[in-house]
Design a protein around this ligand. Structure first.
Ligand code: NAD
Length: 333
């Protein structure tokens, strides 16, 4: 592995910053690029560039000839509160599509060895995800296309874009459809956080006997994959001959209410749940791992409870630190 060079796009974000660390631990020389530095500590990259990947000149500057692997995680994204309100649709589509259009083009121009693209389960058709107990998300069920968000449509478009570049220009692509990745060093406040982080924060904010709010009736189902598992699966995919698209997710489907109960148990708090109206996305979604098991022999090794047991204390500590900082700032005024 010595001497391999990788470019990680979106290296200041959640999955990108974990991937940088993993590649470095495997001996890669890594350049990270993002609009921002990682929020929770210094990047492990050999070279970290602040740049806007919607711009051609950024790609000209960051993508060296003969880079072995490009990991394309950069996207304008967030949880349900960001993706499903409709308020950010134009930005989500335009910003992410611009990044991917340049990524595919420059990967060919600079003769990169392989490019990994992070698609999302949000590209699956809404009509297959109406029954919360029986969602269908096998890779072959993508068409007729009917994602429930513009975010999902952009992901589907970009998947097709990379495969078109593969057919016409021989670009070696690897595409995964992530299903709700969570864990430490993920966004936990501010409006872009996803359900596991948002629920951990809400539970951490409350004293025993308090109340938390959940969007909808909490009976919508999802599965969640811990970050380390996601990184392992991506590495296996990139090293394999399988172009994808493959699901990378967990098949442990839970309702949002059940996940809230798990977090309360981890926190040692009994809280009541108040259901309020809010953006929810599809009724049910679960990863279908038949293909990735067959192609890569990969399956998650830990339960949702295990992952939450690592994530909750991390968010609890962040919240306490944040409260201290806010108190000090108020005291200074
Ligand atoms: P994230 O928001 O933490 O990371 C994305 C990063 O891209 C951010 O740091 C952001 O600053 C950067 N970025 C956005 N626009 C940019 C631009 N114009 N130029 C340079 N950088 C830019 O998200 P994440 O959770 O790490 O997700 C990584 C990828 O995986 C995304 O493409 C996302 O759509 C996909 N995905 C994630 C999940 C999940 O559950 N986290 C699920 C499905 C798909």
């Amino acid at each position: 592995m010595e001497g391999k060079r990788a470019l990680v796009c979106g290296a200041g974000g959640f999955i990108g910053s974990h991937m940088v660390r993993r590649l470095r631990s495997e001996g890669y020389w890594v350049r990270g690029v993002d609009l921002k530095n990682p929020e929770f500590g210094l990047s492990a990259a050999n070279d970290f560039v602040i740049a806007d990947l919607r711009l051609r000149e950024s790609w000209e500057a960051v993508l060296d000839e003969d880079t072995n692997e490009v990991y394309q995680f950069a996207a304008d994204m967030g949880g349900a509160g960001y993706i499903f309100t409709g308020d950010h649709d134009a930005h989500v589509m335009h910003n992410s599509a611009m990044i991917n259009l340049h990524a595919a083009d420059f990967a060919v121009q600079r003769k990169v060895g392989k490019i990994f693209y992070s698609s999302s389960a949000c590209m699956y058709p809404a009509y297959n995800q109406e029954d919360p107990q029986n969602p269908k998300c096998a890779e072959g069920t993508a068409y007729p296309a009917a994602p429930d968000s513009e975010y999902g449509w952009e992901k589907l478009f970009s998947e097709r874009l990379y495969f078109a570049f593969s057919r016409n220009f021989g670009l070696k692509v690897r595409v995964a459809r992530f299903h709700n990745i969570f864990g430490i060093e993920g966004t936990w406040r501010g409006g872009r956080e996803k359900a596991p982080a948002a629920l951990c924060r809400k539970v951490a904010e409350q004293q025993d006997g308090g109340e938390i709010e959940i969007w909808g009736d909490g009976l919508q189902t999802r599965s969640f994959l811990y970050i380390d598992e996601c990184i392992e699966a991506v590495r296996r995919l990139v090293q394999s001959d399988c172009p994808g698209p493959v699901n990378i997710g967990s098949e442990e489907m839970v309702t949002i209410n059940q996940m809230a109960e798990m977090i309360m148990k981890i926190a040692g708090k009994k809280l009541s749940i108040k259901h309020i109206s809010g953006p929810m996305g599809v009724r049910g979604r679960n990863s279908d791992n038949k293909l990735i098991r067959k192609e890569l022999g990969w399956a998650p090794s830990q339960s949702l409870y295990d992952g939450l047991s690592k994530t909750y204390p991390w968010i609890d500590a962040r919240l306490k630190a944040y409260r201290e900082e806010t108190k000090e700032a108020v005291a200074r005024v």
